[in-house]
Design a protein around this ligand. Sequence first.
Ligand code: GLN
Length: 458
Amino acid sequence: MAAGPDVVTEALADIHRRLGALDEGEPAAYIPELARARREGFGLALVSMDGHRYQAGDAAEPFTLQSVSKPFVYALALAELGLDEVGRWVGAEPSGEAFNAISLEQGTGRPSNAMINAGAIATTALVPGATPAERFERILAGLSAFAGRRLDVDAAVHASEAATGDRNRALAYLMRGAGSLACDPLAATDLYFRQCAVRATAADLAVMAATLGNGGVNPVTGERVVGERVAVQVLSVMATCGMYDASGEWLLRVGLPAKSGVSGGLIAVSPARFGAACWSPPLDRSGNPVRGTAALRELSERFGLHLMLSPAPAAPTVVAWPSAGTARRRGAFAVVAVQGALDFTAAERVLFELERGTAGPVLLDLGRVTRLDTVARVMITATLVRLAAGGRRVAVAGEVLPAPPDAPWERLGPDGDGPDRAGAEGAGPDRAWAEGAGPDRAGADGADADSAGPDTAR
Ligand code: GLN
């Protein structure tokens, strides 16, 4: 056992400790019930794509989602109706204005985006259901699936907003008058007030954020909540519109899709890496939480999460490549061995190697490929077809790329059972890659047999 908390928990605790002293801003008071919030309440949480959970401070204290509900209900509407239909009712342009602005497009009356009140009300109005109760249940079930547990409504906050929410009703009536609201204004706003009053903790919010970052699959429960395309669409709008009129500055400094709410909640998503959340009620003049903004900015800097940073270099894609002099051969074939998850970038490396790195018969060994996305499959298949059409003899090993009956390539079994490797004792299919195949291994066919048993396979 190691002493003390792990590195991530310690980082959160450190940020929490230091920013606890930042006592600026005021909790929202225009919804009377929110003014009762504990101004010193402060929680932080982080969830990885593997569902690993970290937190600091009051991460288990419930508060109402308010505007943090907006991206998730937008996701549900997109999942039901698709971007074209949703886009008829709500735009995707930053408004550059406050969250409660009357920000409707000239001519159409369409609100600028789904992250401000007008756009969120228009979005909520799109959620299908035969009755108001059924529609709200759909929203609550959706939000709960994002969180990975059944959420509930804070009835006092709902009543408080319903009693004072005339500006939002006015927005709804304006939109209805302009033809840009899909249902009755009072029905739409009541549904919207309920969705804003759904209660969750910072720990829940981090799971919800992580679900968006994980392509719509909740990394804790494993449930697919929305499709990958929808998750990407929601993150895009969060990146440009999630922090109201501070969205540009936020993208510049923090560089993460995010969404704040007047109860002090704030989520930020580092796609394919983390979902993060903060809760602290005092707000700045844009209506964004003061501590949350500072905390997520620090997290992003500390962990290098800015969206525009190039991704961490992945493990090399091509691990045995003739052009580099690592002329591993298998029978008549020069071997191009590939590992890991293949996307566009990785597939480009592979095809470059196949096209320019080899002459004569070539074996593409995909035995260590963990994932072949559609783009990579198309690129590699087209390359093999091209080479075969040009008269090259091509072969493929590995299960990820099955050969259709008319495929112009030969299939070979897993590496290690080829005739030229007989005598490489004790070796499983993985051994050639277990230590990498550097230049020092050139020509030493079978010399890598010492390196690996099945346990080195990952
Ligand atoms: N329910 C709140 C409102 O409509 C949500 C606003 C917010 O969180 N920014 O005023």
